[in-house]
Design a binder for this molecule. Structure first.
Ligand SMILES: [Mn+2]
Length: 297
């Protein structure tokens, strides 16, 4: 069986407007496992997604897509998070060289560091919008600075503007860090069902190029149960899509990713997988078809 393409569309190879970068990696997660199967499950589900976006009134077929996969998925998944991130930085750096965006597919959340590093090299004024249940602001976890529970600490270390949305779980140290550093955190309980805070998010992101990183556990587990750490009280579909559409309309999104899809197999997590695929399509519509940074053909 040949490997799945995005939306079932032909792989455009070097002519692609957008490359989806698969990161089948799940080494540092500690609770639910299986995120290394996330990228392929998302792509397989995308084959059942309509290319017509009924909300934005655009066709996803108006762009050309390519999928990057590691040559050896098992070896990719077995390496240290540092080496995995370095490999992904090289991949994204090369793909970004001609100014085209990349969409990372995880994989646990530590996969974001490679793409982030490549984007930050290109855009020193980069801002990050993170949708997640977890602050991920621990300096290290389980003895590693590159554990998936530390990804936002790595963004913060880099000194970029970081806006976090949907949070509802953290350690005492992380809570103290938020207060001490007056970090921009929109807790899940404050934003669920709301849109008024979007204006503040846009003000924070301002005119900067934006990396949007989505941990699917930012959504409610009733929508995405197939994720390593499903926290109750998450965003719903319209919470996240309204936020991301607003960001796409007003900001230059230079890269994005979807992480922490951990498929259960045997079709048991089809709704989670389909949601992830649908979200990938929405992000493409919002950021790169409707958004101000139309991908030039
Ligand atoms: Mn998370």
């Amino acid at each position: 069986m040949s490997a799945a393409t995005f939306l079932g569309l032909p792989d455009a190879g070097r002519n692609a407007d957008l490359t989806l970068v698969c990161a089948p990696y799940d080494l540092t997660s500690t609770y639910g496992k299986g995120a290394e199967r996330g990228p392929e499950a998302l792509l397989a589900a995308s084959n059942a997604v309509e290319t017509w976006d009924e909300e934005v009134d655009v066709d996803l077929e108006s762009l050309r897509y390519s999928v990057w996969r590691p040559d050896d998925a098992a070896a990719f998944g077995a390496q240290s998070p540092e080496s995995m991130a370095a490999q992904l930085t090289d991949v994204h750096r090369e793909l970004l060289a001609d100014g085209k965006p990349t969409l990372g597919l995880g994989g646990e959340h530590s996969i974001s560091f490679g793409q982030f590093t490549a984007l930050h090299e290109r855009h020193p004024d980069l801002a990050v919008l993170q949708v997640d249940a977890h602050l991920d602001l621990r300096d290290s976890y389980d003895g590693s600075k590159h554990n998936h529970a530390c990804i936002a600490a790595r963004f913060a270390d880099a000194g970029v503007e970081l806006v976090q949305v949907g949070m509802r779980s953290c350690s005492r140290e992380e809570a103290e860090r938020v207060k001490r550093e007056q970090r921009t955190v929109y807790w899940g309980r404050d934003v669920a069902g709301k849109v008024a805070y979007h204006r503040e998010v846009l003000a924070r992101l301002a005119e900067r190029p934006v990396f949007v990183t989505v941990d699917l556990d930012g959504l409610d587990p009733s929508l995405v149960s197939a994720t390593g750490t499903p926290e109750p009280g998450g965003l719903d579909w319209f919470d996240i899509t309204r936020l991301l559409r607003t960001v796409g309309r007003h900001c230059k999104v230079v890269g994005a990713d979807i992480t922490e899809l951990a498929p259960l197999g045997n079709g048991l997590s089809r709704p989670s997988e389909f949601l992830a695929a649908r979200l990938a399509g929405k992000m493409v519509s919002y950021f790169w078809i409707e958004g101000p940074t139309l991908v030039s053909r």
